[in-house]
Design a binder for this molecule. Structure first.
Ligand code: HEM
Length: 471
């Protein structure tokens, strides 16, 4: 057995070569470790030490500290840029800070109350309602228009583009992003098991489905490069249209700085980051909302009653109605809590040797915080297993967001930079759908709320639902 440095958080025994991989498959396994080893434990998977935190106070403390601000330096995370760190999600140091600030500034400038993004989301909500009307004749799987709506919002933000629901290019793009996200885990194998690099290259590539993924990425890259070319040709420096224009302007103004993060490689990777971080997450949250409403008819009815009181039936709910719809927002927060979609978040890494909860954490140790645990911690939530939107309302029915143990978008300096956008999308899409439809399980069936068995995320299972138009 390899020896761990002394002082690491306790954890299950690790076996030669694979570590404790065979014992860590789902959140249920982590629950068992939590019971046995406490709220902070370590897992050894191959050559990597992963420290898992299950308790809110420790997560909050760790992620507010500079020592845990990095991402792991895994090659897989930068597959798109041939192993070089690029973009924002898996970047460290000053380049990360610069790109994060750039994106936050432009998200703020374009969106949230400034009408550009709000209008774009409202338009997608309108298209979504029109498309859902064609699925009301019997049990149906989730309409693919959910994906198109979410992708269109990001396309609007990035490049002022949108696609029709049946457009072949957007279908291809959606499949590609999905394939990337599904298959990328396999590609992580050499980061965990470096000895794989000594096996014949073609065998490893086959094992990790690398060639497939490279082909998919090539298509995606081609699409991005085409958009960049088109934007360059039509750029008006006096009136930038979107994130891509703003990035091109930064590139121009910093072209003499060889260390600038505003370069072609970072541009493509940053755009891709926005799609990978903002697409599967938000579209699956919309699916969770539909499933929870179908499972809780009384909650669904109450949301609809409030919608009917506030918004005339011939108008779609917009951001201007939001203040008057606290019950809807409360229900959405409850869905964020119980689904805990990004349960283990995105991994962080220790910047240098340090301590956490009296444990020694060596430089480079990968560290994750499980939101899924915090959201069901009885120390913070009364009857956490119950679906109860009222926990997000005060006595006068006003929305209150708890300050503790509610971290669906992470916490600290690395927390989700798209939170405001995601929340606005969730609000507008849910409001539009619930104003126009009632969701139920098909006759004689129940809603399946168990998540797909993917490590670290809780995505809903695809399943049939009934979409009934409201008269
Ligand atoms: C319901 C939808 C979403 C959920 C639940 C979610 C959740 C998260 C979580 C848990 C993290 C990791 C925080 C950490 O490392 O501690 C994260 C990071 C991130 N998210 Fe989101 N997210 C959502 C939507 C979006 C959207 C719409 C965008 C942008 C278009 C976005 C962009 C990002 C980026 C760029 C990061 C990396 C931030 C960094 O490393 O500095 N996310 N998100």
């Amino acid at each position: 057995l390899n020896k761990d440095p002394p002082g690491l958080p306790p954890g299950p025994p690790r076996y030669p070569v694979i570590g404790c991989l065979a014992q860590v498959q789902t959140i249920e396994d982590c629950k068992k470790f939590q019971k046995k080893y406490g709220n902070t434990f370590s897992l050894r998977v191959g050559s990597q030490t992963l420290v898992t935190m299950c308790d809110y106070k420790t997560i909050k403390e760790a992620f507010s500290r500079y020592e845990f601000i990095d991402r792991p330096n895994w090659k897989v995370l930068n597959f798109l840029s041939d192993g070089e760190m690029a973009g924002v999600i898996f970047r460290n140091g000053v380049p990360w800070q610069t790109l994060r600030r750039f994106l936050l500034r432009h998200l703020r400038d374009m969106g949230m109350g400034k009408s550009r993004l709000d209008d774009a989301i409202l338009r997608e909500a309108d298209e979504l309602v029109k498309d859902f009307k064609t699925y009301t004749h019997g049990p149906t799987l989730f309409p693919p228009s959910i994906n198109v709506a979410i992708l269109n919002v990001i396309w609007q933000l990035v490049a002022s583009r949108r696609y029709d629901v049946n457009d072949e290019e957007i279908k291809k793009f959606a499949n590609l992003v999905k394939k990337f996200q599904d298959d990328i885990t396999l590609l992580a194998l050499p980061d965990f098991f470096p000895w794989l690099r000594y096996l014949p290259g073609p065998l490893v590539r086959r094992l990790c489905r690398e060639d497939d993924l490279r082909a998919a990425v090539k298509i995606g890259r081609g699409m991005m490069e085409e958009v960049v070319r088109e934007h360059r040709a039509s750029l008006d420096p006096a009136s930038p249209r979107d994130v891509l224009d703003e990035f091109l302007l930064e590139m121009e103004s910093q072209k003499d700085d060889p260390h600038s993060v505003f370069n072609e490689q970072d541009l493509i990777k940053t755009i891709f980051d926005l799609f990978t971080a903002g697409y599967d997450t938000t579209s699956n949250m919309v699916r969770w909302v539909i499933l929870h409403m179908a499972n809780q008819p009384a909650v669904q009815r109450r949301v609809q009653q409030q919608l009917d009181q506030v918004v005339s039936r011939d108008t779609l709910p917009s951001h201007t109605h939001r203040q008057q719809l606290p019950y809807l927002d409360a229900a959405l927060n409850e869905v964020l809590r119980v689904s805990s979609l990004a349960s283990s978040g995105v991994p962080h890494a220790a910047v240098h040797d340090t301590y956490l909860d009296h444990y020694f954490i060596p430089k480079g140790t990968v560290i994750t915080g499980y939101a899924g645990f915090c959201h069901f911690d009885p120390n913070y939530w009364n009857e956490p297993e119950e679906f109860r939107p009222e926990r997000f309302l005060n006595e006068s029915g006003k929305l209150i967001i708890p300050k503790e143990a509610f971290i669906p978008f992470g916490t600290g300096k690395r927390s989700c930079l798209g939170e405001a956008l995601a929340r606005m999308e969730l609000y507008m899409f849910s409001a539009a759908l619930l104003q126009n439809f009632t969701f139920t399980a098909p006759e004689g069936r129940t809603v399946d709320l168990s998540p797909r068995p993917t490590p670290g995320t809780h995505f809903p299972k695809d399943q049939e639902i009934l979409i009934k138009p409201r008269n």
